[in-house]
Design a protein around this ligand. Structure first.
Ligand SMILES: Nc1ncnc2c1ncn2[C@@H]1O[C@H](COP(=O)(O)OP(=O)(O)OP(=O)(O)O)[C@@H](O)[C@H]1O
Ligand SMILES: [Mg+2]
Length: 254
């Protein structure tokens, strides 16, 4: 499966992405995690040692300029179809059976730019989406800028994470039509930080006809983990079972 995770800032995308990777790996599948978030912390949650030191591919200026054919700093002239097929294997790391690529993203709200970096990221994501031997889990930032037509249709599932707040559901309303428009096959809402059945009812009412794929409980273990940096404790937590159920549901709907 190729799974993309999106949703409002801070809603739990990275946490849920990491737990999905573990749950798939526990079932014996090969997993490639892709960090496409500007803040790049999927690696730390997945327990990659010194993950902060992994340079996002987009930050490798020389590599990007060489592949894009940028000459003498003329950034308005670049290849539209750069060679990127060797990049995933060259730059991925592995920890406890989960592979990770840190793509990074374009900072400064300029991710719609007609610049070499944008084209490079799109091609790279397209290349990753063509891989056939692993489940792929992409932790996106709030928008889906690099997931254009032609790549989005390679993704089987988009999970839009929401929490029991109007703001996160407003984001859902913005992401949904965009995701439909670019051709992602199956789009699901996933509820996070659920404390009570009232929380769930609130989200269900706001989501209307949109199916909720599953829900993840609020977990105090998350703040413990973010303070200690030991995210492994989440494996023993209720939220791991919750995410496990989401993975089961995805595998059925494949
Ligand atoms: N179910 C949960 N219960 C309690 N805390 C949670 C839960 N899920 C995530 N958190 C906590 O909320 C914070 C934000 O989570 P996370 O980093 O996964 O969100 P994000 O959507 O990836 O954020 P960003 O948009 O900044 O990338 C983290 O401190 C995380 O530990
Ligand atoms: Mg994140």
């Amino acid at each position: 499966m190729k799974i993309a995770i999106a949703g409002k800032g801070g809603v739990g995308k990275t946490t849920i992405s990491a737990l999905i990777c573990w749950a798939l790996n526990d079932k014996g599948f090969d997993v490639l995690a892709v960090d496409a978030d500007p803040d790049t912390n999927l690696g730390s949650v997945l327990g990659f040692p010194s993950s902060k030191k992994i340079t996002p591919i987009i930050k490798m200026k020389e590599l990007v300029e060489e592949r894009m054919g940028v000459q003498q700093g003329n950034r308005s002239l670049f290849k539209l179809n750069p060679k990127v097929d060797d990049i995933p294997d060259k730059f991925m790391r592995e920890h406890r059976g989960v592979k990770l690529i840190v793509m990074g993203t374009i900072e400064g709200g300029d991710s719609g730019c007609a610049c070499p970096e944008n084209t490079f990221l799109k091609r790279l994501l397209h290349q990753i989406a063509l891989r056939a031997n692993e489940h792929i889990v992409v932790d996106f930032e709030a928008g889906l800028e690099h997931l254009g037509r032609g790549t989005a249709d390679k993704f089987d599932h988009l999970l839009i994470v929401v929490e029991p707040t109007n703001l996160s559901l407003d984001s859902f309303d913005r992401i949904l039509p965009l995701a439909k428009d670019i051709g992602i096959k199956k789009i699901w809402a996933v509820a996070n930080r659920v404390k009570t059945s009232k929380d769930l009812e609130f989200m269900r009412a706001r989501l209307g006809k949109q199916e909720l794929l599953g829900s993840v409980s609020f977990s105090p273990a998350c703040s413990e983990a973010s303070q200690s940096g030991n995210w492994e404790i989440l494996r023993q937590d209720k939220i791991y079972q919750d995410v496990g159920n989401i993975v089961k549901a995805l595998l059925i709907k494949e």
